[in-house]
Design a binder for this molecule. Structure first.
Ligand code: GLA
Length: 408
């Protein structure tokens, strides 16, 4: 009671139109269709992989039965191409009846019966990125429709809204309409990415007042190169992006592609480590029906998830960069422990680096520190003074992830 009163006061201080849903206190976790399943609408030729209610129901089953839900993955998110090609007689959006015979309401009921949450997709502007009907002229009606269906998260895209200057008006309008429904709907915005692309200065204070999570940069693709280019963007912009992240608000570097076609196991660990350090949403876009155990284990690793889901919600920073090796640090709650990553961006050569903890932003601590190696516990370091030099070996295209905490 007391906590929610405080929360309301805090949220109220953002003003009447600000997002007041109390969601995303830590980075949201779940599954999102886009990177893996794209706009595959041909259920005749490819019934197993087309964008249909069956796909989302099967992923929900896997989330529950294979341990993902217990690990914290709770959202099952539809992306583009779910709609019928036009609105109904009352102007309402509805799902393609052949691919979604139960309708979104029926799908939401199924997802909720599994103890999971449903996310849906629309766009600001008249069409989605793939040319389906979108919310531009119908923000209020669509917000109400999504709430009636029992939707729990909304991603609002915007590539067909050619005047990018209108986004700072349109997205806050949707925030207002979502609030007015009374249903807590986590709001994922693409607005800053489109402003960035158009060279429009981004007002992140306004973004954070209106969105729970937001895309800043280009779409992830199924390649290590794509992962590295995204990490590099967040490093270059960290002085702007770190201050706006925190409980309720997170920068979104896009989906996890772990278990897809391109990342090696080591690269997959590196993406997982970096997304945890960045306090990024953990939205997997993969096929949970066929994923192999070594990738599944990475996604389910409790220690890396704990770094991602730390209550303070601080986004980590690149604290050092030296030819192909980067050190990233995320302070955890109370600033007494940290997530620490050594990332080797060189794909062919192993790298070594010698540093003192005190030189990479770790506070002096009379007991010294223990460094738990999250993916390789046998290689943990049990005691290290922050003033001692230590040499770290990092294989090509991979990362070391440590949880650093005071020695007992
Ligand atoms: C944009 C978004 C992607 C995806 C597609 C769908 O490119 O950034 O994440 O939603 O549209 O068309």
């Amino acid at each position: 009671m007391w906590a929610s009163a405080v929360l309301l006061v805090l949220l109220g201080s953002f003003g009447a139109n600000a997002l007041d849903n109390g969601l995303a206190r830590t980075p949201p976790m779940g599954w999102l269709a886009w990177e893996r399943f794209r706009c595959n609408v041909n259920c005749t030729a490819d019934p197993k992989n087309c964008v249909s209610e069956k796909l989302f129901m099967e992923m929900a089953d896997r989330l529950v039965e294979d341990g993902y839900k217990d690990a914290g993955y709770e959202y099952v998110n539809i992306d583009d191409c779910w709609m019928a090609k036009q609105r109904d007689a009352n102007n309402k959006l509805y799902a393609d009846p052949e691919r979604f015979p139960s309708g979104i309401k029926g799908l939401a009921d199924y997802i909720h019966s599994k103890g999971l949450k449903l996310g849906i997709y629309t766009a600001y502007g008249n069409f989605t990125c793939q040319g389906y009907p979108a919310s531009g002229m119908h923000l209020e009606l669509d917000a109400q429709t999504f709430a009636e269906w029992g939707v729990d998260m909304l991603k609002m895209d915007g590539c067909k809204q050619m005047d990018r200057h209108t986004m700072k008006k349109g997205y806050p309008q949707m925030t207002k309409y979502l609030n007015a429904t009374g249903r807590p709907i986590l709001f994922s915005c693409s607005w800053p990415d489109y402003e960035r692309g158009a060279g429009i200065p981004i007002n992140y204070t306004l973004v954070a007042e209106n969105c729970n999570i937001w895309r800043n940069y280009v779409d992830i693709q199924d390649s290590w190169q794509s992962v590295l280019s995204i990490i590099d963007y967040y490093a270059k912009e960290q002085d702007t992006l770190v201050p706006v992240a925190g409980p309720g608000n997170f920068n979104d570097p896009d989906m996890l592609i772990i278990g897809d076609f391109s990342l090696s196991v080591e690269q997959a660990k590196a993406q997982m480590a970096m997304w945890a350090i960045l306090a990024a949403p953990l939205l997997m876009s993969n096929d949970l029906r066929t994923i192999t155990p070594e990738y599944r284990d990475i996604l389910l690793n409790k220690d890396v998830i704990a770094i991602s889901q730390d209550n303070a919600g601080i986004m980590g920073k690149r604290v050092l960069q030296k030819t192909d090796i980067e050190i990233w640090l995320k302070p955890l709650q109370y600033y007494i422990s940290y997530g620490l990553v050594f990332l080797n961006t060189n794909s062919t050569t192993a790298k070594i680096i010698t540093v003192k903890l005190v030189d990479i932003g770790i506070s002096p601590e009379s007991r010294g520190y223990a460094l738990h190696n999250i993916f390789n516990p046998d290689e943990s370091i049990y005691h290290l003074s922050q003033y001692e030099e230590h040499t770290y070996y990092v294989n090509p295209a991979s990362a070391l992830l440590y949880n650093v905490y005071p020695s007992s």
